[in-house]
Design a protein around this ligand. Structure first.
Ligand SMILES: Nc1ncnc2c1ncn2[C@@H]1O[C@H](COP(=O)(O)OP(=O)(O)OP(=O)(O)O)[C@@H](O)[C@H]1O
Ligand SMILES: [Mg+2]
Length: 463
């Protein structure tokens, strides 16, 4: 953006408000000011500011409530709160509502301006992400394809390519954030249904009573509030793919109805009599163990077998660390494609990222990279730019499991060498020139060795 980023200041102390406005103007922002939260909200709704600077203890509506109201209106404005002696519970509450940061009074202007600068940068990223998503109709990453360097993910890709052209039902399982939706997207993109709708519905996010009419539609008068006929998602997805996310959350009654549709491709809208026929491929996903749910009587066995015709298990990221360097590169590249400066990751930072066990899987990795891009001052993301807990975590449990050499006294020297080379290569993001330098060998030798490993194993592992 070339225009001055808009900043709104809400402060009831006149002198301080004027001081902040002046400091922000000098720093290059288009500044507006308001003495109370109500008028600030009015301004924010008309012309969305990049950053809102607000006193926590405002009369009428406090800063935490203000953040909440902004989020409810889906405004992506970043909020920087200021106050004297802010109690911890207020900090926690405001952060939970999505405040960006806090600045203690008396305000140190340099620090204050630094926080605002970061908040603007964060807003810019969020904003551009949203715009991209709206433009493409897809999540930003979906256009970037799927990273699959590790043997297990290559296997997943092979299965996708194999089953995508058919109309078989697919069940995708895996922990939260491993990329289940991306797999579903790809199944659709590689099928003859590509070009027709891909409709995703999160069965856990929709109220039980509404899910049925969401899926199958309803006729006018079917229940209170049904003022007109309503098309369900099965009809919306006709000719395409319906992605039933968090299928484990669906109640038993609805499971019966879903099974019937899967078997006959026909259903009735809620309250309706006419049979509707559709051509929809169903892909379902869950992060629960459905077989255990079946045992516990929470999931119908017949539906389980019907969905489970093809099963794709997406492994957790900690079990496929070979994907991490490539994922990091893909996220940096996506950042660059948005028109932002090109950034790299230092070998130390990459080593920490590779060793961390990633409980939130790929989604967590993507968030950490985006966060570090905002925080890093130079052209390279350093270990210092990563959350301290991540670097610590990398040195503890995961490190003892993965970063330590996994060979014993019976291991042949050539094998020790192979594993060491692959680890260094991983830590250097696959950069062969840098890896050769670290290893003290020339690049040609490194190429030859890697080629030999690849043809011997048919895959690269152990990074
Ligand atoms: N292999 C991959 N390559 C590139 N990006 C990926 C990959 N796997 C996941 N992602 C990205 O990580 C994020 C999380 O993926 P996704 O939403 O598909 O996970 P999920 O398994 O559906 O998570 P949840 O269980 O929480 O719904 C997305 O932004 C996705 O684009
Ligand atoms: Mg998902």
């Amino acid at each position: 953006m070339t225009d001055k980023p808009p900043v709104l200041v809400v402060e009831d102390d006149d002198a301080l408000r004027e001081f902040l406005v002046r400091a922000l103007k000098v720093d290059g922002y288009a500044v507006q000011a308001a003495p109370d939260a109500a008028s600030a909200l009015g301004i924010a709704e008309g012309q969305e500011p990049a950053v809102l600077v607000a006193e926590v203890f405002l009369k009428g509506m406090n800063g935490v409530e203000l953040v909440k109201q902004l989020r409810q209106r889906q405004v992506s404005t970043q909020v920087v709160l200021v106050a004297r002696n802010i109690p911890t519970y207020t900090v926690v509450a405001a952060m939970k509502q999505g405040a960006f940061d806090f600045v203690e009074k008396p305000i140190d202007p340099d620090y204050f301006l630094l926080v605002v600068r970061r908040a603007v940068e964060h807003w810019r990223l969020t904003h551009e992400n949203q715009a991209l998503r709206r433009l493409s109709g897809l999540a930003a990453q979906d256009r970037d394809g799927m990273v699959a360097e590790s043997p297990s993910m290559r296997e997943v890709c092979k299965t996708i390519e194999l089953v995508a052209p058919s109309d078989l039902t697919v069940l995708i399982t895996g922990e939260s954030g491993v990329g289940k939706e991306l797999v579903a997207n790809r199944l659709h993109a590689l099928s003859r249904r590509q070009g027709k709708p891909f409709v995703a519905v999160n069965c856990g996010a929709i109220q039980e009573t509404l899910l049925e009419s969401e899926l199958f539609g309803h006729v006018k008068g079917a229940f209170t509030g049904a003022h007109q006929d309503h098309q369900g998602l099965f009809e919306v997805a006709d000719g395409g793919t319906l992605f039933l996310d968090e299928i484990g959350e669906m109640n038993l009654d609805l499971q019966v109805k879903l099974l019937r549709v899967l078997e006959t491709s026909e259903f009735r809208r809620v309250g309706g009599t006419k049979l509707v026929k559709v051509d929809v491929r169903v892909v379902a996903a869950t992060n629960k163990r459905l077989a255990e749910q079946v045992q516990a009587g929470r999931f119908r066995e017949d539906l389980f077998y019907r969905l489970n015709v093809i099963h794709i298990e997406v492994p957790p990221l900690r079990e496929r660390a070979d994907d991490i360097p490539a994922l990091v590169r893909a996220f940096l590249e996506a950042h660059h494609r948005k028109g932002l400066p090109r950034r790299e990751v230092s070998p130390e930072a990459l080593a920490a990222l590779t060793a961390y066990p990633w409980p939130g899987n790929v989604r967590e990795l993507r968030n950490i990279i985006e966060r570090s891009l905002i925080l890093c001052r130079g052209e390279t993301i350093l270990a210092d730019d990563l959350p301290a807990a991540l670097v610590r975590g990398a040195h503890t449990e995961a490190a003892s499991r993965r970063s330590e050499p996994t060979y014993d006294l019976a291991t042949p020297l050539a094998e020790v060498e192979r594993r060491h080379i692959l680890r260094v290569l991983g830590a250097n993001g696959g950069n062969k020139v840098r890896t050769a330098r670290v290893l003290g060998i020339n690049v040609k030798t490194l190429y030859n060795k890697l080629k030999a490993y690849e043809s011997a194993a048919g895959r690269v592992e152990g990074i």
